[in-house]
Design a protein around this ligand. Structure first.
Ligand SMILES: Cc1cc2nc3c(=O)[nH]c(=O)nc-3n(C[C@H](O)[C@H](O)[C@H](O)COP(=O)(O)OP(=O)(O)OC[C@H]3O[C@@H](n4cnc5c(N)ncnc54)[C@H](O)[C@@H]3O)c2cc1C
Length: 415
């Protein structure tokens, strides 16, 4: 059995950032990765994906964006290259092609069983990602058989879809991106829209992430957020990263010719039923967007930036056609593919330690797993701040957790 002080599971950006923090503190560790560095980006994302966060924001401990397009949005291949370079730069001790099958508590720490061997560590950091599996509603089982079903993890490009119409379920970042890509391939697209977060790509000539960061919204701490459970389950914003930096809200999609319908409820006898509350859902999203823009304007005024920036303005409310259909017969042949863009969930099925709540989520206090000293989790939405959901949030999260882990090891050393 191999002994090491700490094991980090997962060599995505979060695991790598943690490795860098442990190295800074001279904590002996190893990073176990079932594929290669940036495996999720290499194997679980569609090729045309670009980050929706601007390049200047893709920063990790000891590493900032150094290219010539700080305001651009990184294509997938560049994300992979960036993380691969980062792993090399920090000398991360990654053991690739090593899948962790079980982690359990043993006296003095944790036993980690991989497909190759067994390791013992005093501390373990779970950095296996929040988006390993698609989150699909139960009604997916009732899609009539001739219709092809896909998830963002299996979708690659429109060419893989059969001819015919496509129902994209879910209008958050993934749903709006894929709906517009599939529409451009010439297929008729219907987009089922539930609760969503509407944001413009830019406002007053600044990227929306500039505003989210400048106003302090992304820095809001988990222990200061009123409804943390809700914050952790909020859909991703309706944003895409494109070379033209276009806004991809529902008005844009409608103008392209994509049919917008309400939230998918049930599928009964092959007929998909949509909520009639689409107009209300959209009005609420508009209201929340305007609330944030008000906050942005107040911040700009308080910061004395009003002379530097173009004046405040508001965006057109979301237009909802009163004749929006409430049903779609999936047996008619009109729709040949259903794409579930209904979110993602983590896969921690290999964790054999009783640290989950009733809903199967790991119980943790800002990444410090509850009831399992020396066990940490990273990369979950709003783990420590709202920024934790994004790549750049790992810098502060890993700083705090490495500090905690270091103190934990110190306490354990004392008699
Ligand atoms: C479609 C999509 C788009 C996104 N776009 C953005 C964006 O634009 N900007 C942004 O900031 N964030 C974005 N995110 C969010 C987030 O930054 C990514 O999900 C990111 O990949 C998470 O990094 P991570 O290191 O936490 O996990 P991952 O990148 O998923 O890394 C986890 C690693 O753990 C490995 N692993 C898993 N299980 C095991 C096991 N049992 N044994 C060994 N290894 C294992 C995996 O192979 C993987 O390499 C996006 C997420 C998705 C899903």
């Amino acid at each position: 059995m191999m002994q090491t002080t700490a094991v980090v599971i997962g060599a995505g950006h979060a695991g790598l950032a943690m490795s860098r923090r442990l190295t800074e503190r001279s904590i002996d560790h190893i990073v176990l990765e079932r594929g290669e560095v940036a495996n999720s980006w290499r194997t679980q994302r569609w090729p045309t994906l670009r980050l929706l966060t601007p390049n200047w924001q893709t920063r990790l401990p000891g590493h900032g964006y150094a290219g010539d397009q700080p305001d651009g949005y990184m294509p997938l291949a560049e994300v992979v290259a960036t993380l691969t370079r980062y792993a090399r730069l920090i000398g991360a001790p990654v053991r690739s092609a090593t899948t962790v099958h079980t982690v359990r508590s043993v006296p003095g720490g944790y036993e980690i069983r991989t497909d190759g061997d067994v390791l013992h560590a005093r501390a373990v950091v779970l950095a296996t990602g929040a988006c390993n599996l698609p989150a699909i509603p139960g009604t997916a089982d009732t899609v009539p058989p001739p219709v092809t079903t896909l998830t963002p993890l299996t979708y690659r490009d429109p060419g893989q879809l059969p001819d015919g119409g496509v129902l994209v379920v879910g209008a958050s970042a993934t749903g709006v991106q894929l709906a517009s890509e599939i529409h451009r391939s010439g297929r008729p697209v219907t987009l089922a829209v539930g609760e969503h977060v509407r944001l413009p790509r830019s406002y007053r000539h600044r990227d929306i992430f500039w505003w989210l960061e400048a106003t302090g919204l992304l820095a809001e701490r988990y222990d200061q957020i009123d409804d943390l459970t809700r914050a952790r389950h909020l859909p991703s914003p309706q944003l895409t990263g494109t070379p033209e930096a276009i806004t991809t809200d529902l008005n844009t999609l409608t103008a392209l010719g994509i049919r917008i319908v309400g939230r998918l409820g049930r599928i009964t006898d092959g007929v998909a039923q949509f909520s009639g509350a689409l107009a209300n859902t959209c009005a609420l999203a508009d209201l929340k967007m305007n609330r944030f823009l008000n906050r942005a304007d107040e911040w700009a005024t308080a910061s004395g930036l009003d002379d530097e920036l173009p004046p405040p303005h508001r965006f057109a409310p979301t237009r909802v056609d009163p004749r929006t259909p409430l049903e779609l017969d999936l047996t008619s042949g009109e729709v040949t593919t259903v794409l579930w863009a209904t979110g993602f969930r983590p896969d921690q099925s290999w964790l054999d330690i009783p640290v989950r709540d009733r809903n199967g989520h790991i119980r943790h206090d800002g990444g410090v797993v509850t009831g399992a000293p020396g066990l940490y989790v990273l990369g979950l939405p709003v783990l420590r701040t709202r920024a934790s959901t994004y790549i750049h949030g790992a810098a502060a999260d890993t700083g705090a957790l490495a500090h905690h882990l270091h103190s934990f090891l110190g306490r354990r050393r004392r008699p």
